[in-house]
Design a protein around this ligand. Sequence first.
Ligand code: AR6
Length: 337
Amino acid sequence: MPLEIVRNDITKMSVDAIVNAANESLLGGGGVDGAIHRAAGSGLLKECKTLGGCKTGKAKITGGYSLPAKYVIHTVGPIYQDGKHGEQALLESCYRESLSLASANGCRSVAFPLISSGVYGYPKDQALRVAINVISDFLLENEMKVYIVIFDKASYKIGEKLFADIAEYIDDNYVEAHFDFRFESVRMSMPCGHKSSNSGRSVFETRSLSESVERDSLGEKLKQLDESFSQMLLRKIDEKGITDAQCYKKANIDRKLFSKIRGDIHYKPSKPTVIAFAVALELSLAETEELLKKAGFALSHSNKFDIIIEYFIVRGNYNVFEINEALFAFDQCLLGA
Ligand code: AR6
């Protein structure tokens, strides 16, 4: 996944560069800045003293010293007043400048904290949205692995209305599914010889009859395998008139994985990968089910992840990054590789 949201302490990230939410002096402070200086050791402050500070919205780079990261990119986020003082443009600039500095220094992986969302008071859901928008734009043109690092659950918030809507959707659908599920388990646990009220034939008998038919035609059937996942994916890309790169980037899937899928018609993807492509291709719910089926999966109402995906697809919201925000908020695995 080119963009990933993770819960971690940024000082522990083994990436080429971590980004520091610094202040204009670049001489350290509290929050993530304090944590980075403590973990890097005194060499970092010494180098920072030679930089002559940094303006809000800009970024400067130093070594990582005792950190697992090779570099620290120091950027200064805006202090949030009321959103009418150019805060958003400045925050966007922090992400853009940091990414271009990372790129200029050959970094292939970078980790960001949610800049300005602590002491500087930027509302966390809006800070996250800005981060995702700028980073995903950058990833359309550049190859890099970018992490947004969320320190604790409290510092992560998607819009309250969205959260409440999804929670309600899960509630409505989850209850329904539990009824179905109980019914299913009763059916599944019937003993083999149980007479089905519909056919009057035992499950065992039905199976032996059909087994002989199947044995005969198995060889034939194997010769007529359905279109595979990879074949359907490539066909849909053609039908939508988009390029491979547009598709895998929109799906938040990296190029290498896409080439594997392209080169192997029997490639078996994970479920989040299939859904990421369905979202990138803006497939309807029925088409998503079809694509999932090609890879041996289905959407189920006994699964929160599936219900959240369904919530977005039925509303025609195909932004993989927004979907990932919501999945993260509900502690589900994310779309992508
Ligand atoms: N790893 C990842 N994220 C963290 C960590 C960590 N170890 N520690 C905190 N955060 P803040 P700002 C999150 O206040 O708002 C400093 O004093 C935190 O939960 O560090 O840009 C500077 O010197 C929050 O979501 O930065 C400046 O004076 C996010 O990092 C001022 O604070 C940013 O919170 C900058 O304020």
